[in-house]
Design a protein around this ligand. Structure first.
Ligand SMILES: Cc1cc2nc3c(=O)[nH]c(=O)nc-3n(C[C@H](O)[C@H](O)[C@H](O)COP(=O)(O)OP(=O)(O)OC[C@H]3O[C@@H](n4cnc5c(N)ncnc54)[C@H](O)[C@@H]3O)c2cc1C
Length: 402
């Protein structure tokens, strides 16, 4: 087992750290840095993205021949947690959901012509994208087999009818990846398509109000009433929509974990600074064993999450799907983010409940972590199914079993 890091990646981590510490975290203190939906203001974001591009760190997860740094999942794990010590980090580096996952899947499955049309503008940061899958009842949510949005083939085109919701970024996106039903099969009944904002035959019917801060473009409900998609914009073969989804969501779930670990570390940093200076009943808070126990518990949870995340990343690099590994990381890190934000607010007292620190922002944001990209219970089901399949071999070292 080798936990060492290459000098190249260590240097990139240091560059990310400098940008986050010197440029981004100070901006979080200024309410004028935020838009109406509690994310970074668009003009400020564009300025910062230019600075990240000048550093050569924009879209680092993309292959070198498409303008990235060719980061592998292990490299992503190292850099993404550093980025997300700031609320603004991932989007400034073009490593935020959903563009991150959409770029990854397009770079893996699209044809060269499709990459030039749909992927390259996202890599450059010229457009944003959305992944359009979840549906309101009685359509597909946790169970993609229930998807009802229907794409009907009419010669060289597909005509789409249906309804989707909770589509992150939809109001600000130009490129959309749609998962629609094209047949009755459990595993081959879905197909994936790309479509453009300006294509007629669909609308955003509402931006759904949520409890937390929002990604740019919000979480929207979409209606399709005759959207026509040329067959050349089909992604992968007819019937491979579920496969595309699995390719996308595997790494996308893990990149959530990578980012959330950075946010959890930030919570610890803020709480640690407070308890190191604040006194009560004659001593500093940090000198109380009960405070040390709370901070130690969070630190251990974060490092446990880092190990689970890194092992899953490493197993992906060995060519596995790492499905139970990703599920374990997703559950553990989502819980850790809650624990870290909650503990930090408690240790900071009334200040923790104020908007003087980003803790309350993180606390509200954290609640989605147990739902997005698979609810905790669904991931527990995945882990249990893998254990049932492999028995004791579930606990192997090395590349692992899917
Ligand atoms: C902030 C946010 C952003 C999102 N962004 C996107 C997006 O960009 N694109 C997109 O397509 N979707 C998106 N989603 C949707 C998300 O992927 C779904 O919410 C998620 O997959 C769960 O589906 P559902 O909401 O329909 O829950 P349901 O399927 O209705 O499940 C409800 C609850 O039932 C329980 N449950 C479900 N299945 C099981 C099981 N097998 N065993 C035990 N308990 C179970 C769980 O507690 C679950 O939370 C987003 C959601 C949120 C909250």
């Amino acid at each position: 087992m080798d936990f060492s890091i290459s000098t190249g990646l260590a240097a990139d981590m240091a560059r990310v750290d400098s940008f986050v510490n010197d440029r981004l975290i100070p901006l979080e203190q200024d309410p004028a840095s935020f838009d109406a939906h509690e994310n970074i203001r668009e003009e400020l974001l564009q300025t910062l993205r230019q600075e990240v591009k000048a550093m050569g760190l924009f879209s680092p997860q993309m292959p070198r021949d498409r303008g990235g740094l060719g980061l592998t999942p292990v490299g992503q794990a190292l850099l993404y947690e550093r980025m997300n010590r700031s609320l603004f980090g991932p989007v400034c580096f073009n490593c935020a959901a959903p563009d991150d996952g959409n770029m990854t899947v397009l770079s893996k499955v699209a044809t060269e012509a499709q990459k030039q049309r749909w992927l390259d503008p996202i890599i450059r940061g010229d457009v944003r994208s959305s992944f359009v899958m979840t549906e309101p009842h009685p359509g597909g949510g946790s169970d993609p087999g229930m998807i009802q949005t229907w794409a009907e083939r009419k010669s060289d085109r597909w005509v789409v009818h249906g309804r989707k919701w909770f589509i992150t970024g939809a109001e600000a996106a130009s490129h959309y990846i749609l998962i629609a039903k094209t047949g009755e099969g459990m595993r081959d009944g879905l197909t994936a398509f790309a479509f453009h904002r300006s294509d007629p035959g669909w609308q955003i019917v509402r931006r759904i109000p949520i409890m937390g801060p929002e990604e740019h473009g919000g979480h929207c409900e979409l209606v399709f009433n005759g959207l026509e998609i040329p067959d050349e914009n089909r992604l992968m073969a007819v019937g491979q929509g579920l496969k595309l989804t699995q390719i996308r969501l595997g790494l996308a779930r893990l990149t959530h974990c990578m980012r959330w670990l950075g946010l959890a570390q930030r919570c610890m940093e803020i709480a640690s600074q407070y308890v190191a200076t604040r006194e009560g009943f004659g001593i500093k808070l940090i000198d109380r064993e009960s405070v040390q126990i709370q901070l130690g518990r969070v630190a251990m949870a974060i490092d446990t999450g880092r190990l689970l995340t890194m092992r899953a990343a490493w197993r992906l690099e060995q060519g596995g799907k790492a499905r139970p590994d990703i599920s374990m990381a997703k559950i553990a890190v989502a819980d850790t983010l809650h624990l870290a934000a909650d503990t930090a607010i408690q240790l900071c007292g009334a200040r923790g409940y104020s908007t003087d620190t980003p803790l309350e922002w993180i606390y509200r944001y954290a609640r989605q972590a147990r739902l997005v990209d698979g609810a905790t219970e669904v991931h527990q089901m995945v882990i249990s199914q893998a254990y049932r399949r492999h028995g004791q071999a579930f606990f192997v070292w090395g590349p692992g079993n899917d």
